[in-house]
Design a protein around this ligand. Sequence first.
Ligand code: FE2
Ligand code: FE2
Length: 248
Amino acid sequence: MLTNLRVWLNHFEYHAQQPRGAAAAATDGITAAERRLIARSIATFQLGEQSDGAGLLRAARRFAARHGDELLPRITELFIGEEQRHARLLREFMDAHGIRAKALHWSDSLFRRLRRLAGFELYLHVLIAAELIGNVYYRALEAVTGCARLKVLCRTLLADELAHIGYESELILELRARKPLAVRTLIRLLHRAFFCAAALAVWVSHRAVLRRAGHTAHGFLWRCLQEYAFHLEPPAAWAGAASTSRRR
Ligand SMILES: [Fe+2]
Ligand SMILES: [Fe+2]
């Protein structure tokens, strides 16, 4: 059984009751040039946030039944609800600024297909890659916009995503610590390689925004890897122990 699920259930329940939101009254407005810079990029991220979560919930229920983690399905429902709220907040901003939504983007389809491949643990690995890279992206988006409402929205999403990363990394490290050293090492190497490929794919799709925020391709990858190392390669993970004391 996973150790801290009660704490995470409390966290997600609290946030479901007191959702963070972008202040509607915040100074609002983007220039035509800014809209051209961010429109396609923000629409792609909005698409990524939007999911009914049915596959994840199925995987969580199967995992919970197998391991006796009875709180996990409810936590997963609340987690999915929070991601759907992110999609709604981004969509409201886009609608208010004449930015068209996307129905399809190759990076989103790829992430979705990968998640469907296997069980809950693989879901966690794909999700955390998207969240870690997303955190670097939302900071970049906040840096390039002059719109106070979008800045608040980016910070709101960042705050939620940091908690998601804390939750997912804790589960990943705890589950990984139960495996033999060789398996742990292999998973770590494969995941890191996947993460680098995903970060570079995000660079390709969002380079206009990322460049404006001061990132080169190499700098963006380095920043993403720093996030990765902080959350997924704390010293305790090398020793095989799941650490709960590595929060910022
Ligand atoms: Fe999100
Ligand atoms: Fe998230």
